[in-house]
Design a protein around this ligand. Structure first.
Ligand code: 5GP
Length: 185
């Protein structure tokens, strides 16, 4: 994965905007952002959905494992809801948002924990779904919405940039990067 794909803030806003109709149709009561990468996509989604946004913060320790037992133990939980706060999810429609579905481990972990609160429905939204083998699956009945599918490439998100002008200049090569990757498939 030597090639990198550079996403700009404008690209991100447009990906959320172009997904907004299907998210509005899901009609969530609450957005749950998975921090850090889900914060900005969630905030943009909130502009269209006009519902409260809450957040958790989790990190995948090691995504190099193959599919199998114990994947969920590779999640480090930095911030989660208190039992008291979690009562608000009961009977609610919850949209869980992250920036990217890579191995799917993070999404599966958060969705499974949200289901413990007995919401009426949970769906997920990511900007990018990488077309690759997943290490975890979402529980049955959980809808997943995606800004766009993308080949298995490392994506540099704009909030990671030290120099945003340099980042945006790299983004101009994205079409070439995708073309190369598609030709390799
Ligand atoms: P998962 O493998 O659980 O689907 O994704 C775990 C986390 O790895 C994501 O939430 C994200 O923070 C990070 N990650 C995975 N792929 C990429 C990528 O291409 N670019 C960046 N910046 N982070 C990624």
């Amino acid at each position: 994965m030597a090639q990198k794909y550079y996403l700009t803030y404008d690209d991100m806003h447009k990906l959320v905007s172009s997904s907004s109709q299907k998210l509005i149709e899901f009609s969530p009561d609450i957005i749950v952002a998975i921090g850090g990468g889900g914060f900005i996509p969630s905030r943009i989604a909130r502009t269209f959905l006009k519902v409260p946004m809450l957040s958790v913060s989790v990190k995948l320790y090691d995504d190099s494992l193959e599919a199998g037992d114990g994947l969920m133990e590779n999640i480090q939980v930095n911030q989660w809801f208190s039992d008291e706060a979690a009562k608000i999810f009961k009977g609610k429609r919850v949209l869980v948002v992250d920036e990217v579905d890579d191995t799917r481990t993070t999404l599966a972990y958060v969705v499974n924990r949200m289901l413990e609160y007995e919401p009426s429905e949970v769906a997920t939204f990511v900007l990018h779904n990488k077309l690759k083998e997943k290490h975890a699956e979402l529980p049955e009945g959980v809808k997943s919405y995606t800004g766009t599918d993308i080949p298995n490439v490392w994506i540099n998100y704009p909030w990671e940039a030290n120099d945003i002008d340099d980042h945006n200049a790299h983004a101009q090569n994205n079409d070439k990067v995708l073309e190369l990757l598609n030709n390799q498939c």
